[in-house]
Design a protein. Structure first.
Length: 253
């Protein structure tokens, strides 16, 4: 396993990749409403990414056929946008997006309610987001990777939620997926020691019910086995000498 350490110049490019992706996510968030199709979200997202002079890194990644992963309700991640999948009031929708700027990748996900949603659904979204922030309290030089994983998992599990085991976060840089893998639950091994200049995509995927997931016949869409709702929240994070820097969440906290 080799974890890349970015130089000051590379960090500047990662920052810019992150900043541009944050703009995309903010606009996509404003676009969500009942009646649009999941394909509408993908089309708009691709247009935004290209409009910013960037390349959608998910498009054709291992054959993935879209620029934005759109996952509704019991879909955990990697939902494939479709013209006949229309968002309904009360749905929750996870948008996972990424781009390449001058050779450097960024990756981030948000989960939104469509119109009015249940209190239970809102809590799942809020806890998933909060679990990311619990995790990055340990995204500091000198800590070990497992402390991030354990903090995310412990927080989500304290609400009785299922923390997805089969998918993990990852290092990111000149490739979308680099070492190390970053699970969202406690590990038996402490994992790598964090060093300034590492860039990590930390991405809790949390189910309202059990943690088990399965794959649909399209070979991409991951769904909860028990049919419960699932939420996803992700940012690209830089390890520094001090506080972690959230590259995909700077201006609009
Ligand atoms: N954020 C997702 C991940 O880290 C990226 C989706 S990859 C794609 O796995 F192939 F679905 F595009
Ligand atoms: Co990711």
């Amino acid at each position: 396993m080799s974890v890349s350490i970015k130089s000051a110049k590379e960090i500047d490019l990662m920052r810019e990749a992150g900043r541009r992706l944050e703009i995309v996510h903010t606009k996509l968030g404003e676009f969500i409403k009942p009646g649009i199709s999941t394909k509408d979200i993908d089309r708009y997202g691709e247009e935004l990414i290209r409009g910013l002079g960037c390349i959608p890194n998910f498009l054709n990644y291992n054959g993935y056929p879209a620029s934005i992963c759109v996952s509704v309700n019991d879909e955990v991640v990697h939902g494939i946008p479709r013209t006949d999948h229309i968002l309904q009031e009360g749905d929750i929708v996870s948008l996972d997006a990424g781009l390449i700027y001058k050779g450097f990748h960024s990756d981030a996900a948000r989960t939104y309610g469509v119109g009015e949603i249940s209190k239970e659904a809102q809590q799942l979204i809020d806890v998933t987001r909060e679990s990311f922030f619990k995790g990055i309290e340990f995204a500091r030089a000198g800590y070990h990777l497992h402390e991030i994983s354990a903090a995310i998992g412990a927080y989500a599990e304290s609400f009785g939620y299922g923390v997805v085991r089969d998918l993990v976060g990852h290092g990111i840089g000149t490739s979308l997926h680099e070492d190390p893998q970053i699970p969202n639950f406690a590990q038996k091994r402490r994992g790598i020691k964090l060093v300034p200049g590492m860039t990590l995509a930390i991405e809790p995927m949390i189910n309202a019910g059990r943690y088990d997931v399965c794959w649909l016949d399209d070979d991409w869409t991951v769904v909860t086995e028990d049919g419960s709702l699932s939420a996803h929240y992700e940012n690209t994070v830089l390890i520094t000498d001090g506080e972690p820097e959230i590259l995909t969440l700077n201006t609009m906290r």
